[in-house]
Design a protein around this ligand. Sequence first.
Ligand SMILES: [Zn+2]
Length: 269
Amino acid sequence: MISPWFDKSIYPVQVAAWGGYCATGEKQSPINIERSKVIVNRSLGRFTHGLFKSIPRSMEILNSGHALQVNLEGGCKINDSTILPSVYRAVQYHFHWASRGSPGGSEHTVNDKRYFAEMHIVHLNDEAGDDYLTTKNGLAVLGFFIEATSTVNHTGFDKILSYGRNVRFEGETFDITETFPIDDLLPNSLRDYYRYSGSLTTPDCNEVVVWTVFRKPIKISYLQKVEWQSLFYDGEEGEEDLTLIGNNFRPCQSLYGRAVTKPSRLWNK
Ligand SMILES: [Zn+2]
C-alpha cells in the first residue's frame, strides 16, 4: 500500500533518471518556499497538538535502504475541512537527512535554507481507498523540519534513535511494543505552516499530495544529530561497500505558477 517508499533502487538519488511525472510533471515536490511570495489564505484553520495525541495500535520501524521509516496501524485521523480537504489517516512517517559534512538534508527549503532533516508524516485519504495514488488529494503529507540547536536531547527522538539501533541495515524491521503518539515528536508551535499542491518526492512522483510544511522546526541535540548520521546503512549487514544513508532528498522542483499559501496569524491566535 505504501510501496513507493520501499523501492531501494530509487536511491541514491539518481533523480535525473526518474521518468514519468517525475520528468514531465508541473506540480512536483519538494519546492523552495520563498516567504515573501506566500499568500495568506484566511480560510485555512489551525493544526493542534490534540490531533496527534492518539496512540497507534502498532508501530514498526524499518530501514528501507534509503530512509528510516515508522509504519503505523491505527494512526491518528484528521477530520477537519479547514485544515485538510478530506478525511485522512496517518499510515507512516519517515525521514530525509543530511550526510555528515553536508550543510542540510531537508527536502523543502525556505528562502533557500536547507535544514538538517525533514520528517514526513504520510496520511491516506479515507475516501480514496486503494486509489490514493490516482485520486486528487489522495495523500496529505505533513512536513516538519528538524535542526540540531540544542544540548538537551529531544525525548521523542531518543525513542526513534534507540529503536533505530535495531534497524541499522537495509531490510531490517523492529516492532515497537511501547507505542507512542506522533505528538511526542512535534515542535511546540504548529501555528504557522505553508500549504501547496504537489507530488510524492519519489517515483512515480504522483501529483496527488496536499502538502503542509510547518514553519517551526523540531529541535534535537547535536549528539542526536551525530548519532543519526552514523546509524543507518544502505545495504544488508555483511555486504561490501556499505554506505551510510544521508542526503536522501530530491532537489527542489519548479513551481510552474503554483501558489504557496499560509493561514492568517490573526485568525490563528
Ligand atoms: Zn519523504
